[in-house]
Write a protein of this length. Structure first.
Length: 261
């Protein structure tokens, strides 16, 4: 992931002159959307995974550092799934089959060969900064920075280090962040593990101005590949409330069958 540097390195390129890596990370954090809760209404989700291609509407509630709750409501307006992600578990209430499916992030990570957890998923859904695999933001200040296509680039291993590691056959993970100048928001985040042919790519688009200061994307697209398998999930946010009174509760029915996944 990189070693500690004895001094700040100045980024060179066209985006801006004289901006250090540490200052770039600070500017991204300052421009993260401040919130304690977010309620997304009329969320459109497009899912493409092996064996399933679906589009559906949903509502989503995020209680910062606590829970992400999603209510899946197809066009007829009747909820079919309610999903809760907390710090340890993933729980799905299946209204059709009267089941409660429970799992953890380990099974999800094994399926897609990417170490996902609640913190990373929360940061992805809110266009917020995160490190990988260590989510400690201090780790990102060890990333190497550059400029390309008028974007800032932060990468956990520079191209030369990555090339040497791959030649040695190391089990290397590379995290790359592409940041738009001006608004200092993440345009793209890529986690790649070349040794097992695994890539997770997150892209953000259609940024809107919020509270006359912060920007937030209307669209989030997540693409994953592992060998020959691929998946994608796309979110289109129609509107959302910040720190409002609306929320989504999560209560498990007592008469539903509990199964593990």
């Amino acid at each position: 992931m990189g070693s500690c540097r004895s001094k700040e390195r100045i980024i060179t390129g066209d985006a801006v002159v004289g901006l250090s890596e540490d200052r770039l990370v600070d500017l991204i954090q300052v421009n993260d959307l401040p919130y304690e809760s977010l309620y997304f209404r009329r969320l459109l989700v497009e899912l493409d995974i092996p064996g399933q291609v679906r589009s559906f509407r949903a509502n989503m509630y995020i209680k910062k550092d606590s829970a992400i709750i999603i209510s899946v409501v197809p066009l007829m307006g009747i909820e079919v799934f309610r999903i809760c992600l907390d710090e340890r578990n993933i729980t799905v209430i299946d209204r059709i089959n009267r089941q409660v499916m429970k799992g953890d992030y380990r099974s999800l990570s094994q399926q897609y060969s990417v170490n996902l957890n609640f913190k990373i998923i929360q940061q992805i859904l809110t266009n917020s900064l995160f490190g990988y695999p260590d989510t400690d933001l201090r780790q990102i200040k060890r990333y190497r920075a550059s400029v390309g296509d008028n974007l800032y680039i932060l990468q956990s291993a520079d191209d030369r280090t990555a090339s040497r590691s791959l030649q040695r056959g190391d089990d290397l993970t590379i995290h790359r962040l592409e940041i738009a100048p001006g608004k200092f928001r993440i345009n793209r985040s890529i986690i790649s593990q070349p040794s097992n042919q695994s890539v997770l790519r997150i892209e953000y688009a259609d940024f809107n101005q919020i509270n006359n200061r912060h920007s937030f994307p209307n669209k989030i697209s997540i693409f994953g590949t592992h060998g020959r398998e691929s998946m994608s999930i796309k979110f289109n946010y129609v509107g959302f409330d910040i720190n409002g009174s609306q929320s989504i509760s999560f209560r498990i029915p007592g008469n539903y069958e509990v199964v593990n996944f």
